[in-house]
Design a protein around this ligand. Structure first.
Ligand code: ATP
Length: 220
């Protein structure tokens, strides 16, 4: 299978970081920014770096943007340019368009005009940090809808030695343990009598308020 081709538009801190990470993973990346200095700064990191205004449809077509599998729009502050760029990419027929939103309203518009995925890096990272701060066992927190999330939680001292039936997070908190990570192994269909060991990581899905109750019940 051919390697996926990525383009990232907007080389602010977020766009730069996405482009850099993709490049380090060995993917071909086209970086686009209207500011020459910004494209210059990324030019020896990515496959191609081009100065262009992404609200100029002809410029995007000339770059062959249609041939990219995924285009990430990382224009934050200039919401109008972000929306216009997304519209143009949609019109050109790019397969997958991922857009960084500055706020909820911006995100709503992006969803309406057909962005395949809208991301809120600051909001999501803030939420993760907050959950980790209030409950150090929480390693990751991923919002999957307005009401539901997935948490990665280190087995707390109170959990170690117990099996899932004894923990009974389903009845007590209305949450489900989807998987247990142990070292490099991932048990994706844990049984009721699977016993937790020190260092295990539980992947739990549930309603946000139920997950918060669960987090608070196992503070250490
Ligand atoms: P950060 O990711 O650093 O938090 P941000 O999301 O606020 O920042 P900006 O600082 O606005 O992003 O950076 C977005 C980048 O997008 C800038 O480098 C800017 O030059 C670039 N940019 C803005 N409008 C366009 C456009 N129409 N075409 C191409 N690049 C653009």
């Amino acid at each position: 299978m051919a390697k996926k081709q990525y383009a990232v538009i907007g080389m602010g801190r977020f766009g730069f970081s996405v482009a850099n990470a993709l490049s380090e993973m060995g993917f071909d990346v086209l970086a686009i920014d209207s500011d020459e200095q910004r494209t210059q700064a990324v030019s020896n990191i990515v496959t191609h770096a081009v100065s262009a205004d992404s609200t100029d449809e002809e410029a995007l077509r000339a770059l062959g943007i249609r041939n990219f599998d995924v285009v990430v729009v990382a224009i934050g502050e200039d919401i109008q340019s972000s929306i216009l760029t997304t519209l143009i990419l949609k019109d050109i027929g790019v397969g997958t368009i991922i857009v960084k939103a500055q706020n909820e309203l911006h995100g709503k518009v992006l969803n309406k005009i057909g962005a395949d995925k809208v991301i809120y890096p600051e909001r999501d990272m803030g939420m993760r940090v907050a959950h980790h701060l209030t409950s150090p066992n929480i390693l990751d927190y991923i919002e999957i809808s307005d009401d539901y999330s997935i948490v990665e939680m280190k087995a707390s001292q109170d959990m170690v030695g117990k099996n899932l039936k004894e923990l009974d997070v389903r009845a007590r908190f209305g949450c489900n343990v989807m998987a247990i990570k142990r070292g490099n192994k991932m048990n994706i269909s844990p049984y009721a009598d699977d016993r937790l060991e020190d260092g295990d990581i539980l992947v739990i899905v549930g309603e946000k308020r139920d997950l918060t109750k669960l987090e608070l019940a196992y503070p250490k």
